[in-house]
Design a protein around this ligand. Structure first.
Ligand code: ATP
Length: 360
């Protein structure tokens, strides 16, 4: 298992700064996802690690050794792309054997390692098929096995599930994660799908505009986002801009319209330079409870109601603006109903001043 360190990694394409001096340590056997909108630099990061792109500045280290100038074939990396990139004129067995033959592995070892990799991705019955006779999910499993059969130190995956339909994507998520845990290989996974990043990763690295906005466990990124932009990118976020009634070492007290105080636990959110008497707090939809009229801490009216299978989604008009709330399907609330909203202050998250982000 190998540790990957990116140290002030910079990549310029002409005048475009695809990566602005990013630093990241991925530990032995860790599964890290790079998550962010299109163009934020996820694929560039992966290509630099793989050696397909030269870096402009900074260093890439594997186990503390600088490999920034090594050729891709000398980096000991397995890579899986969105497009599978299988050899169409080769059978599954031949696709898997190719990398080993290139490395001049003895024939008997090739047969054993190919059989074992095929078993690992449950494709043994398809050994003699050509890629075009396989489903998308099966082809992606061949691509995975082909990356793993060379026993690389690091596995890099670039949106490997993007071409699959929703159900297969769900299955493959679990499959890749289980396989990665079993093999214990250090893995860096690129996706713009926040659910994929959250369900699969030990750590999620959120990127915007060539920079890392937050690198943390999925729960932390979701519940304790480092900024309003992260809060809004990772799931639905209600942002309430509330007046501060007082603050001490135990936290900050804010006031909801109507005067109900909410005590927010202290956090690292800096005081807002422009408006120190207000605090922006985040509440996820499932962290707000719908109650009857006159109950809860904030009155509202149901504007929209969407049944979504396992739960119901509501847009609720309030004095704090339209809030997005989810509730159980057993609750009978209709569009136009007056309701009360109840907040659990322990689950509200204070956000830093959004002004610098908007200025970007
Ligand atoms: N070969 C290139 N030449 C010039 N600019 C490039 C090149 N490759 C990437 N870029 C630019 O670098 C920035 C980062 O691109 P990158 O492909 O890393 O983003 P991404 O987050 O992977 O996006 P996507 O999810 O759309 O693949 C973008 O502004 C992109 O236009």
């Amino acid at each position: 298992m190998t540790e990957v360190s990116l140290r002030s990694l910079q990549k310029l394409y002409g005048k475009t700064a695809a990566l602005k001096a990013i630093s990241l340590d991925v530990t032995h056997g860790e599964f890290v996802s790079l998550l962010g909108p299109s163009g934020c630099g996820k694929s560039t990061t992966l290509k630099c690690i793989a050696g397909f792109e030269d870096i402009t500045d900074g260093r890439i280290c594997f186990d503390n050794k600088d490999i920034s100038r090594k050729l891709p074939e000398d980096r000991d990396i397995g890579m899986v792309f969105q497009s599978y990139a299988l050899f169409p004129h080769m059978t599954v067995t031949q696709n898997l054997a190719f990398g080993l033959e290139m490395r001049r592995v003895p024939k008997a070892d090739i047969a054993r390692r190919v059989a074992s990799a095929m078993e690992m991705v449950q494709l043994t019955p398809y050994a003699d098929r050509y890629p075009k006779a396989l489903s998308g999910g099966q082809q992606q499993r061949v691509a995975l096995a082909r990356a793993l059969v060379i026993e690389p130190a690091i596995l890099l995956l670039d949106e490997p599930l993007a071409n699959l339909d929703a159900k297969l994507r769900d299955e493959m998520r679990g499959f890749i994660r289980d396989l990665q845990k079993r093999v214990g290989i250090t893995t860096i996974y690129v996706t713009h799908d926040q659910n994929e990043a959250m369900t699969m990763s030990d750590r999620v690295v959120v990127m915007f505009d060539g920079e890392i906005a937050q690198a943390a466990a999925p729960e932390d990124v979701y519940n304790r986002p480092a900024s309003e932009r992260v809060a809004r990118f990772v799931g639905n976020a209600n942002i309430l801009d509330l007046p501060v009634a007082g603050a001490d070492a135990q936290g900050t007290t804010v006031t909801l319209p109507g005067g109900t105080p909410l005590h927010i636990a202290p956090c690292a959110a800096p005081a807002r330079a422009g408006a120190p008497d207000r605090l922006r707090v985040m509440a996820r939809p499932e962290q707000i409870t719908l109650t009857g009229p006159g109950l809860g801490q904030l009155p509202g009216r149901i504007e929209k109601r969407y049944f979504s299978g396992g739960h119901v989604e509501y847009t609720v008009a309030t004095e704090c603006g339209a809030l997005f709330v989810t509730g159980p399907t057993t609750q009978h609330v209709s569009e136009g109903d007056t309701v009360g909203l109840s907040f659990d202050p322990a689950r509200l998250w204070p956000l830093p001043d959004p002004a610098p982000e908007r200025a970007q």
